[in-house]
Design a protein around this ligand. Structure first.
Ligand SMILES: [Zn+2]
Length: 368
C-alpha cells in the first residue's frame, strides 16, 4: 500500500487510512491536541492485538496530507488552489480543528476579489455566514449576471441546496429596493449637500429656491415634471410640494429602471454615462438649466451613488446556518459531525467516520 513519504515515522502509534487507500503513520498525541474528535476517539478502549490502531477516514489522501501538514510541526502547504482549500476546510471542520479552520478561512478570503462566486459557494457549503456575506457583497460590486454560469458553473453548485443561489438572488433584489429608496429620498437631496441652498418657505407659504439650490428645483423656465417632491420645513407640521423640471424627472426615472437591470454595482448607476448624457441633453434646451445642469447633475449623481453604496452595505443575507455557527464555536470534546461513538465501539480497531449530508430548509429561501 502506498505511503506518503512525509508521514512514515516509526514512532507512530496510529495509522490513518484515506479513502483511496493511502496510510499515514501518525501520533495520537498530536492528533488529540489538534482535534477533539480524534481525542474522543483515542480515549475509547481498543483491543491490544495490533501495534498501531488503524482509522479509516472518508477523505482522499491529498486532503489528509494537506490537513496534517497544518497540524504537524512542518511548513504549511503554500498557495493551495480553491479545490484543495475547499476540501481541506471541509476536513478541518469535520474534525473540529479550529485553528486550521480559522487559517483556511483567511486564505479563502484572499480569493474573494478574484473568484467571489466560488468563495460564496464554499463559504455556504461550510456554513460561514460572514465569509459568504463578504463574497456576496463583492458579487454585487462588479459586472456579473447571476445567470451567467450555464456553460461553466462552479463545481459547488451541484453540492449546494437551491437555497444558496436563491439567497443570492433575493439579496440582489433587496439591495435594489434599498438603493431605490436611497435615490428617492427627496428630503436628503434637499438637505444633504451643504453647497446647495435648501428650499425655503416664503411669507405667502410658497416654496422658494436660493441662488445655489439644485437647478432642477430652482428653474421656472422649462417644462416641469409630473411628480411633486414633498418638503418639510422646521416648525411646520404640514408638508409642502415643489415640482422638479421634466428633464430631471426623466433622469431619475431612468436611474430607477436601471437599478433593476444594471449588471454592475448599484452605486454607479446614477453616474452611468448614458443616463447623465441624456439628461444633460434635455437640460440644454432650457437657458436657465443649460449652463448648470452638467456640473450639478454630476455632483448629485456622485453623492447619491455614495449614499446607495452605504445603504446597500447594510443589507445582510439571512443565512440558514447562523445559529449552527454559534453552536459550533462551543463544541469541545463532543460528538462531532460524522463521528458515531456507537460505531467506534463496534469497530474499535478500524474506525470509519461517516459524513452526514447538510440540508437546508426551503422555507428560509426568501427571508433575505
Ligand atoms: Zn430649466
Amino acid at each position: 500500500m502506498a505511503q506518503p513519504s512525509m508521514f512514515k515515522e516509526q514512532s507512530a502509534d496510529v495509522v490513518i487510512r484515506s479513502s483511496d487507500g493511502v496510510d499515514f503513520w501518525l501520533h495520537k498525541v498530536i492528533l488529540s491536541l489538534a482535534s477533539p474528535i480524534f481525542k474522543d476517539m483515542f480515549s475509547l478502549p481498543r483491543s491490544q492485538d495490533a501495534d498501531r490502531e488503524t482509522v479509516e477516514v472518508t477523505e482522499i489522501a491529498k486532503t489528509m496530507e494537506d490537513l496534517l501538514r497544518f497540524c504537524y510541526p512542518m511548513r504549511d502547504p503554500e498557495l493551495l488552489p480553491l479545490n484543495r482549500l475547499s476540501n481541506v476546510l471541509g476536513a478541518a471542520k469535520k474534525y473540529e480543528i479550529e485553528f486550521v479552520v480559522t487559517g483556511l478561512k483567511t486564505r479563502l478570503r484572499s480569493f474573494v476579489s478574484s473568484d467571489a462566486m466560488r468563495v460564496y459557494c464554499i463559504a455556504y457549503k461550510y456554513e460561514d455566514a460572514e465569509l459568504a456575506q463578504a463574497a456576496a457583497e463583492h458579487l454585487m460590486m462588479r459586472n456579473l449576471s447571476l445567470y451567467d454560469f450555464n456553460s461553466n458553473p462552479p463545481p459547488e453548485f451541484s453540492q449546494l441546496p437551491i437555497t444558496a443561489l436563491a439567497k443570492l438572488i433575493a439579496y440582489r433584489e433587496r439591495c435594489t429596493i434599498v438603493a431605490t429608496a436611497a435615490l428617492m429620498d427627496d428630503e436628503w437631496m434637499i438637505t444633504g449637500f451643504d453647497k446647495h441652498d435648501r428650499l425655503r418657505l416664503s411669507i405667502k407659504r410658497k416654496v422658494i429656491a436660493g441662488p445655489t439650490t439644485w437647478v432642477w428645483l430652482s428653474c421656472s423656465s422649462c417644462n416641469e415634471g409630473t411628480v411633486d417632491i414633498s418638503v418639510r420645513f422646521p416648525g411646520h407640521s404640514k408638508r409642502y410640494s415643489i415640482r422638479p423640471r421634466q428633464w430631471w424627472q426623466s433622469y431619475r426615472d431612468a436611474v430607477v429602471r436601471e437599478l433593476s437591470l444594471f449588471p454592475g454595482p448599484l452605486s454607479s448607476v446614477p453616474s452611468h454615462e448614458p443616463l447623465i448624457r441624456s439628461a444633460v441633453a434635455g437640460a440644454q434646451r432650457c437657458f436657465s438649466c443649460g449652463h448648470k445642469a452638467a456640473a450639478e447633475l454630476s455632483e448629485y449623481a456622485e453623492g447619491v451613488g455614495k449614499r446607495i453604496r452605504e445603504s446597500v452595505l447594510k443589507v445582510k443575507i439571512d443565512f440558514p446556518f447562523k445559529a449552527a455557527d454559534r453552536r459550533g464555536t462551543k463544541k469541545h470534546g463532543c460528538k462531532g459531525p460524522g463521528l458515531s461513538h456507537r460505531r467506534i465501539a463496534d469497530h474499535p480497531r478500524s474506525l470509519r467516520l461517516v459524513e452526514h449530508p447538510v440540508t437546508d430548509p426551503l422555507s428560509e429561501v426568501f427571508t433575505t
